[in-house]
Design a protein around this ligand. Sequence first.
Ligand SMILES: Cc1cc2nc3c(=O)[nH]c(=O)nc-3n(C[C@H](O)[C@H](O)[C@H](O)COP(=O)(O)OP(=O)(O)OC[C@H]3O[C@@H](n4cnc5c(N)ncnc54)[C@H](O)[C@@H]3O)c2cc1C
Length: 414
Amino acid sequence: MIASSFYDCIVVGAGPAGCTTAALVAERGFRTLLVERDKMPRFHVGESLMPETYWTFKRLGILEELDRYGFAKKNGVQFVSHDDKETKPFIFQEMDERDCSVTWHVDRNKFDQLLYETAEKRGAHCHDETRVTDIQLKDKPPHNVTLALPGGKTQTVSAQVVVDATGQQSFLANRLGVKDINPDLKKAAIWTYYKGAKRNGGQKPEVTCILNTNTKDAWFWYIPMSNDRVSVGLVGDNDYLLKGRGKPEDTFAEEMTKCPGVGRRVAGAERVDRFHVAKEFSYTTRQHSGDGWIMVGDAYGFIDPVYSSGVFLALKSGEMAADAIADALRRNDVSQENLDYWTYEYDNAIESIRRLVHAFYAKEFSFGNFMKEHPEHKANLTNLLIGRVFEGNPDQIFEDMEPWIAKAKEMAKN
Ligand SMILES: Cc1cc2nc3c(=O)[nH]c(=O)nc-3n(C[C@H](O)[C@H](O)[C@H](O)COP(=O)(O)OP(=O)(O)OC[C@H]3O[C@@H](n4cnc5c(N)ncnc54)[C@H](O)[C@@H]3O)c2cc1C
């Protein structure tokens, strides 16, 4: 049973977004409940972090602990082109030598568990194996939340603020009918894990690799993790990967023959997990908040896995929402405008990542050629890969890049 039936804040879902929100609201002394349907620790995709996660980790006080876990370091990003050119990696510390320019390739079960324990240490009541089956939003808060407890009982609890951090389940967006699948990014992913694969093709320092297939119809991620494990994933249009192509593992193998860079890296390695599949993961939500409720992380929206921005944005939105919730609770006014004033800045910032994602998928466009012509944008591009979208002018690069993309598309038509 949940000890109390009334909370200041109930957070639904214990991924990076939910744990961050719960930790930062609870540490200010507000009664906070964090519920997670799965048993923690639980498996999750999304191992490659962006360096800008550093600041939320610092605020949560877990930087040293993360270092102690021995996760593989992520020093940069390398692109391998469709014609198998291993381009020079973007090494973050070449741009900025500070510690905050290096991050990790994490095992998500351990990483999310650390965040869950951090929320508990900061004072949140944390309950796993506790699924939210209903959120009854009233005209005015408090709102009621129905929980399916371990053992089969149900319990209703209420709160001044309900936070939807249910990830791709997007509990409230689905209920309210405000979730829009992005029609231009109807992608799917097939991924698995290897042991004994090459660590970044033998190069040091370790980086996340993004490798295009020779037709540019799909791409692979290659993420070297701790304990000699590597996460290898294939991403392409949903119909291209999953319609009329047999089993996902066959499609994965077929696409690998079109991507020698991945073939080289996993040659002689042992696959140590089953194949996982995800689809239709790119969407936005038309409404993110109301009086006494707000969405964070993937429940708010998800762009695309290509630049590994998901966990960073989950942490960042969790942090921004927590500050707004704590202020609103302190003022005893949890109206929508007090809870979601941060979303304007957030939406602006993530637009830069969205624009870079669309550039990546413009088949006719060559990033390599563009960067050769415009080396002055290297710092801007590296900053985007680091996740520095909440400061400076992250959009400068697009003034030159987007006309290039349009021109490339035009030329391809003729
Ligand atoms: C194919 C793919 C590859 C990706 N690769 C990367 C990557 O390399 N790097 C990166 O940063 N991001 C990556 N991402 C994105 C990343 O996984 C997510 O953005 C991130 O996990 C979002 O965190 P979150 O806290 O919002 O949601 P989640 O981490 O999904 O957490 C939500 C939690 O809510 C729980 N929940 C759901 N419904 C209920 C309910 N009714 N009651 C109680 N609990 C509930 C779930 O069990 C889950 O634990 C990838 C995504 C995809 C699809």
